[in-house]
Design a protein around this ligand. Structure first.
Ligand SMILES: NC(=O)C1=CN([C@@H]2O[C@H](COP(=O)(O)OP(=O)(O)OC[C@H]3O[C@@H](n4cnc5c(N)ncnc54)[C@H](OP(=O)(O)O)[C@@H]3O)[C@@H](O)[C@H]2O)C=CC1
Ligand SMILES: O=C(O)CCC(=O)C(=O)O
Ligand SMILES: [Mg+2]
Length: 419
């Protein structure tokens, strides 16, 4: 067995690759046992045994705490750092106190600055919208900044008082409505953080033949964080991608100089030439328009919190969080951790009930990242076939006429049969 390495930005993947995995809390073990079996079977079938994955368990979350007394042991970070690519189940985060998110910590410690979440429809999946197939978007969520940096101070503490004193006395802030009883949170958004995210999104859009990139922000209200994200996004597009893109910024400049007809013509010429149209949308109306006019959106780049909300909203549109994969990637170092968009779903833990498709499709993204496309395509085709035959887990079965509801493990058996 050998390590995956990277040289000059290119992954070197040995035929027998060792991949660390975190089993996850809650439903993590159920979905991991199912998904890993399907991944192994697809690799075996696609390459006649010539390629193989060797799983290497690393600890995080409850299992880590029970075995080592630590929630996220340094050894886990070191192993993922060394082996480059890993896959994980969901990890629990306590609300309103306790330790900070281990999922976020993994992204920050390894500087996995892109959370990549493709959203596509699988024929036959029950959806709350009339034309779920119109939703084909890829979310690039900034993964290391924003309020997820965890800079916040609890109401009533010395730290919160100090921050509020500083803001009122040194920064002349007048509008903290209830200073005696406020907690305080801080939202860092940087030029570097924004530009490396948007650069990755544009490279993706160009390489995958996508049509547009939408920068989603609430820059009318948060001018120097979300508004700056929008401005830096346009800047990186225009300064680094030249004639491969046409931006709404450029549209506005043409409109001001030559009028609306000239600007419209410039945009249709750009579309006809296959340029990526770079546009922006304020987050609230964006949430309406992804439902009412999904065809108008393609690749989406946004900050951490918006990206978190948008991920679950778009997942719902194509049938829910049971079929929503993702990856956390650093395009510069090659490090990546693949994981589902959903969490631990604790009420279903150990019931062998939930849908393993999200973590399995995250595994498909991992195989694609490794260049093992034949195995990846085999799994995608098997998921399509299995759903079309209406053999599904509870989440789809409860909304489908004539479905056969199966357990997590039985769904995996069916997927393996249909490979
Ligand atoms: N990356 C990560 O590891 C993440 C971790 N979390 C953490 O997970 C914990 C629980 O979070 P919560 O907000 O309840 O969100 P969850 O995503 O865990 O679950 C919410 C609901 O989503 C549905 N769902 C989740 N997973 C599946 C699945 N595999 N198949 C089918 N349906 C599924 C279920 O819906 P229904 O009830 O309708 O059946 C479930 O009750 C928290 O501690 C949170 O911090 C949350 C998100 C991401
Ligand atoms: O870390 C957590 O518990 C939640 C993270 C989350 O919701 C996400 O990354 O989508
Ligand atoms: Mg989330």
């Amino acid at each position: 067995m050998a390590k995956i390495t990277v040289s000059n930005g290119v992954l070197n993947v040995p035929n027998e690759a060792t991949i660390p995995f975190i089993i996850g809390d809650g439903t993590g073990p159920d979905i991991w046992h199912a998904a890993s079996r399907v991944l192994e079977a697809a690799v075996e079938k696609a390459y006649d045994g010539e390629k193989k994955i060797e799983w290497k368990e690393v600890l995080a979350g409850e299992k880590a705490f029970n075995e080592t007394g630590e929630w996220l042991p340094q050894a886990t970070l070191d192993t993922i750092e060394e082996y480059l690519i890993a896959i994980k189940g969901p990890l629990t985060t306590p609300i309103g106190g306790g330790f900070r998110s281990l999922n976020v910590a993994l992204r920050q410690e390894l500087d996995l600055y892109t959370c990549l979440r493709p959203v596509r429809y699988f024929e036959g999946v029950p959806s709350p919208v009339k034309r779920p197939e119109d939703c084909d978007m890829v979310i690039f969520r900034e993964n290391t900044e924003d309020i997820y940096a965890g800079i916040e101070y609890k109401e009533g503490t010395e730290e919160a008082k100090k921050m509020i004193d500083f803001l009122q006395n040194e920064m002349n802030v007048k509008n903290i409505r209830f200073p005696e009883t406020s907690g305080i949170g801080i939202k860092p958004i940087s030029e570097e953080g924004t530009k490396r995210l948007v650069r990755g999104a544009l490279n993706y859009a160009i390489n995958e033949g996508r049509k547009s990139l939408t920068l989603v922000h609430k820059g009318n209200i948060m001018k120097f964080t979300e508004g700056a994200f929008k401005n830096w996004g346009y800047e990186v597009a225009e300064q680094e991608f030249g004639d491969k893109v046409f931006t709404w910024n450029q549209y506005d400049q043409i409109k001001d100089a030559e009028g609306t007809d000239a600007a419209n013509k410039a945009q249709s010429d750009a579309e006809a030439a296959g340029k990526i149209i770079v546009k922006d949308s304020i987050a609230d109306i964006f949430l309406q328009q992804i439902l009412t006019r999904p065809k108008e959106f393609d690749v989406v780049a946004t900050m951490n919190l918006n990206g978190d909300y948008v991920s679950d909203a778009l997942a719902a549109q194509v049938g829910g969080i049971g079929i929503a994969p993702g990856a956390n990637i650093n395009y510069l170092t090659g490090h990546a951790i693949f994981e589902a968009t959903h969490g631990t779903a604790p009420k279903y833990a150990g019931l062998d009930k939930v849908n393993p498709s999200s973590v399995l499709l995250s595994g498909v993204m991992m195989l694609e990242h490794m260049g093992w496309n034949e195995a990846a395509n085999m799994i995608t085709a098997s998921i399509e076939k299995t759903i079309a035959s209406k053999v599904v887990t509870y989440d789809f079965a409860r909304l489908m006429d004539g479905a056969t509801e199966v357990k997590t493990s039985e769904f995996a058996d069916e997927l393996i049969k249909n490979l």
